[in-house]
Design a protein around this ligand. Structure first.
Ligand SMILES: [Zn+2]
Length: 173
């Protein structure tokens, strides 16, 4: 029960995930760690339960339970990768992960950080590849910071440049 995902001291509930069900893995060397499912889940299914330590601080690997309470889980759910079109969603009252889409064995579990967090530990650029990608991720109750505004302006400038450059190239040929 509760093997290798959570440390022995956290294994108070035998319904917590095991390393036969999920693998904590590095993701592209860039994004940091992620969690891969080793099982298949149908859309709507309970994927896993999770646990952690309650804190009044927002840290890396915390998830918001209420405006003043955050669950620190650097072993499992705090490692889930962000996507703007995620395959999973968290129920922060029941401490459960539910499948938003069919999940195949080998798929990374992904969640939209803005669905649980008012304010992120750190805002970041997103390259999740979804057509609905917001490009810069914030909590649901915070504004895009200066770094994010500069990043989005840069993206926009590159897009404008591409649009202007293409016809010029065509006219040369
Ligand atoms: Zn995205």
């Amino acid at each position: 029960m509760c093997t290798k995902i959570y440390p022995p001291g956290m294994c108070v509930d035998d319904r917590l995930p095991t390393s036969e069900q999920f693998a904590v893995t590095s993701v592209n060397g860039k994004v940091g760690m992620g969690v891969k499912s080793l099982l298949r889940f149908a859309r709507g299914a309970l994927v896993a339960r999770f646990t952690g330590q309650l804190s009044n601080k927002i840290m890396q690997h915390t998830l918001q339970v209420s405006p003043d309470t955050h669950l620190h889980d650097p072993w499992f759910v705090g490692l889930l990768t962000h996507s703007c079109a995620p395959n999973s969603v968290l129920d922060m009252q029941r401490l459960e992960i539910l499948a938003l889409a069919d999940i195949e064995s080998g798929d990374l579990l992904t969640i939209d950080y803005a669905t649980t967090e008012d304010v992120l530990h750190r805002q970041f650029a997103c390259g999740c590849g979804s057509p609905a990608c917001r490009k810069w991720i914030t909590g649901r109750r915070e504004h895009i910071n200066e770094t994010g505004q500069a990043y989005l302006l840069g993206l926009e400038a590159r897009k404008v440049k591409r649009i202007h450059v293409r016809p010029a190239r065509r006219s040369i040929r």
